[in-house]
Design a protein around this ligand. Structure first.
Ligand code: PAF
Length: 311
């Protein structure tokens, strides 16, 4: 069967990637018939420690982990160049192999969007706050490709990074609204030792911009620490974070939002919230966030969760 070996799932060689839906589903049929639990880690490649944490999460909870690598054209805006998106397929395969991925799915664009393709998934109002206005159509592209990957792989669980907080909210809402029988797992953001959230986009940063980019996480973590020490005034928490962020070239938003509906939380922080930022450092747009959650409100808990995800 092309791209599918009969070896135990974890011993697959990197060049065994499945390029077609047919070969992938043939592999999966056997695993499912054996009652194995399937986890999906959707990615656009150029994998880093954040993706590794998603894979670790899946390997820990599932018998079979499928990682998809597909640079999805439909989520790119008019100012974002698809061909410039960083790619490193060989290293990606190596990371997948060492992390214990069972099946790698690397479809061609025509496999996902064949000629005549015309149906899309339109997220509701949850896609509007934060970066919705700046990236029109982006979440339609994400919701559409993720739905297709869910239908192709039919995973029991799917893993997404907390760094893309809005994406997680959109996908969770979609799964609820469309009764998709999939558990969505959000994996804590993995950070560099100096706090910068891991992201494929970090590769665009010049050395100087890389240093300046630290101020985003410094601001967020300062606000989170203040929250852990009892600060509950949303204006003060936002101001505290903003005070660190003067080095960015353009602060697109810095908002404290309800962790589920993503609506701004004015006044007192009285429910689980996320402090979310998007900013340009040089020409690179970076996003980051921290959770301010009454149920796990000490910074130590969050740092511990991030540490566990990284290891
Ligand atoms: O987070 C990403 O890398 C992408 O948005 C995703 C979920 C793989 C869909 O293309």
């Amino acid at each position: 069967m092309p791209g599918c070996s009969s070896h135990p799932a974890t011993s697959r060689r990197p060049d065994d990637a499945n390029h077609t839906i047919k070969s992938l589903t043939q592999c999966l049929r056997g695993y499912r018939a054996a009652g194995l639990r399937v986890g999906l880690v959707p990615t656009m490649g150029f994998l880093h420690g954040g993706h590794r944490a998603l894979i670790n999460g899946s390997v820990a909870r599932c018998d079979i982990t499928v990682a998809s690598i597909f640079v999805n054209s439909t989520q790119f805006g008019p100012n974002e160049v698809l061909d410039c998106y960083p790619r490193a397929l060989e290293q990606d395969h190596e990371l997948c192999r060492t992390a214990g991925v069972s099946l790698i799915f690397v479809p061609d664009a025509s496999e996902i969007y064949p000629p005549g393709f015309q149906t899309t998934v339109e997220p509701g109002p949850v896609a509007e706050p934060l970066c919705g206005a700046e990236r029109p159509g982006h979440f339609r592209g994400v919701a559409t490709v993720v739905t297709k990957l869910f239908n192709i792989v039919q995973p029991d669980l799917a893993f997404f990074g907390q760094k893309d907080f809005k994406q997680c909210a959109v996908i969770r809402q979609m799964v609820r609204d469309l009764n998709l029988p999939i558990e969505i797992v959000t994996v804590p953001t993995v950070r560099k030792p100096d706090g910068l959230a891991l992201s494929s986009r970090n590769s665009y940063l010049s050395p100087v911009d890389r240093q300046r980019a630290r101020c985003l996480s410094q601001g967020l973590l300062a606000a989170q620490a203040a929250y852990g020490e009892g600060e509950r005034d949303s204006e003060r928490l936002i101001a505290m974070a903003r005070a660190h962020m003067s080095e960015v070239d353009q602060l697109q938003y810095l908002q404290l939002v309800d962790a589920r509906a993503l609506e701004p939380v004015p006044g007192l922080v009285d429910r689980p919230t996320a402090l979310c930022v998007a900013a340009y450092v040089g020409t690179t747009r970076l996003i980051d966030n921290v959770l301010l959650d009454i149920a796990s409100n000490s910074r130590a808990d969050l740092v511990l969760a991030q540490h566990r995800a990284a290891s």
